[in-house]
Structures are given as structure tokens and as C-alpha cells.
Design a protein around this ligand. Sequence first.
Ligand SMILES: O=C(O)C(=O)C[C@]1(C(=O)O)C=C[C@@H](O)C=C1
Length: 292
Amino acid sequence: MKYTYLGPPGTFTEAALRSLPNASGIQAMPRTTVPAALSAVRSGESDCAVVPLENSVKGVVPATLEELVTGDGPLHIEAEVQLPVTFHLMARPQQTRGDITTVLSHPHAHSQCRKWLDLHMPDVDTVFSTSTAAAARTVAEGSDQNVAAIASSAAAQSYGLDVIASDIGEHTHAVTRFIVVTGGGTPRARTGDDRTTLVVSAEGLAAGILVDILQQFSSRGVSLTGIQSWPTGSELGSYYFFLDLEGHIQDPAVTDAIGAVRCRATAVHVLGSYPRHQAGRPDSLRPQMAAV
Ligand SMILES: O=C(O)C(=O)C[C@]1(C(=O)O)C=C[C@@H](O)C=C1
């Protein structure tokens, strides 16, 4: 099985991929951006992509949401993985904090460490990179001694950097939710502890439509675990709604609620029903995944 992921090696996304139950049979193929990892799935170059979707501190990862909501071609969420993310400041060996004038990182990682930087290194410049590991690699391979990266301990090891400040994130227990995306295929079997993700478009519909849509879930006892809006691009105030809910598309209450939403919305696209992440659950991915 070929899996593209947000690389290079050493990203948190790679750690999520390596935590999958079928990881030993995966050919991991790093890509520079989330859209590139997902495009490979659409073109058939890879079977699956692992990408970050949201973080407990800084919220949704915009590049992933945009691709799921507006990208060309079918994408299907097959599984989710939640991983703790711990950020370290790292530099070339022998560099100290006082030598550093520029800090590189992914915008999501940087914003989780901004308070620490403001307090301890208020004068450094920030340069954004495509991922935390890309930042670490740039620091390791570049000629500038005065740069540091914010990345994982795995990235420090992979690129031969020294950690010069540990655990500098705003919240020590930050968690990122990653998703495994395929180009289609059969829905995951119901486990009894599932999540369903869908995109609802209510473009051009009357005021109050969002409340009406949400009521279709609450009146049937279906809990929403997340809602994000993404602009349709047609005019200010026009949105797609990205919904996460508890339950499987085959649960009667979920089927019924989605049917009622279809009657009200302009379009409904179910992105997937899949087991909710549980720490240590060995069956987050079905064993027959290899056959997808
Ligand atoms: O850059 C990485 O290591 C990633 O896997 C990306 C990413 C993100 O997109 O949010 C993943 C988790 C962290 O919140 C920071 C960065």
C-alpha cells in the first residue's frame, strides 16, 4: 500500500502514519504540501494520504479543510488518528539560544509556540515552512548558523539538530487529529463508536437554514462534535459547513437526520463514517484495509 503524507520524514503527520495498525506494510511517500499528498490519491499515484485536520489548541488546518470541501475529485475519510504534539526549539550543534536570529516552522506549530517566543526570544524573525520537519531540514542543510526550527524530537534526531528549548508549546497536552484519506471505496463497517463527517452546502437558501439543519441532528439525538465553515467563494457570507458527528451513516438516527438535511440543503456530501480514535485501540484501521 502506498501512502502519501505531509513530509518530509520527521513531521507529526509521519508519526501519525507510523502509528497506524497496518504501518509495517505501508510504503510512505512524503509530499511537500497537504494538497500534493491528496492529489496523489486523486490521481491514483497513492492509495491513501495522511494529513492533519485539526489541532486542540489552534483549530482546523485550513489547507486540509479547503481540499476536503472544495477540491476536485472524490476523497473519502477512512480513519482518524489523534496524537499528542510536543514542540521543541532546535538548532545546529553548538548553537545557543542567544545566537538565534530567525526561527522557522509550520504556521500551526509556530502559533502554538508564539507565547513562548514572545517571552523568551522577542526579537527573532519568523519564517514559515511547509512543515515542522521541512523547517528542521532547512536549518540542518542551510549555511546560516543563526537559524533554529520548531519541530518534533523525531525531526531533531533525523536531521542531527540539538534541542535548545524543550516543550515550548502553549499547552503541554496539545493533540492533533489526522485523517487517512482514500479516493473512494466501500465505507468502513459500523463499530458502534464511529464518527461521520459531511459537508453541507446551503448556498442561496433562506436565513435560519443553518439552525434548521442543526436541529435535524439534535432532534434525533445525534451529537455534533465539530462544525467549521468555509467560504464558497461566490459572495461574502456564503459558506460550506463541514460537520463531524457521533455515529455511523448506517445508524438509523444518522441516516434519518442526513436524509432530512438533504431535503433542506443545496447539497450534502458524506466524506466518511469511520471508527472514532481511541488511544490504544488496535482496530482503528480495519485489517482488510490492504485490499482497498
Ligand atoms: O508540520 C508537521 O509536522 C505537521 O505534521 C503539520 C502540523 C499541522 O498542520 O498542524 C501538524 C501538527 C502540529 O499542529 C503542527 C503542524
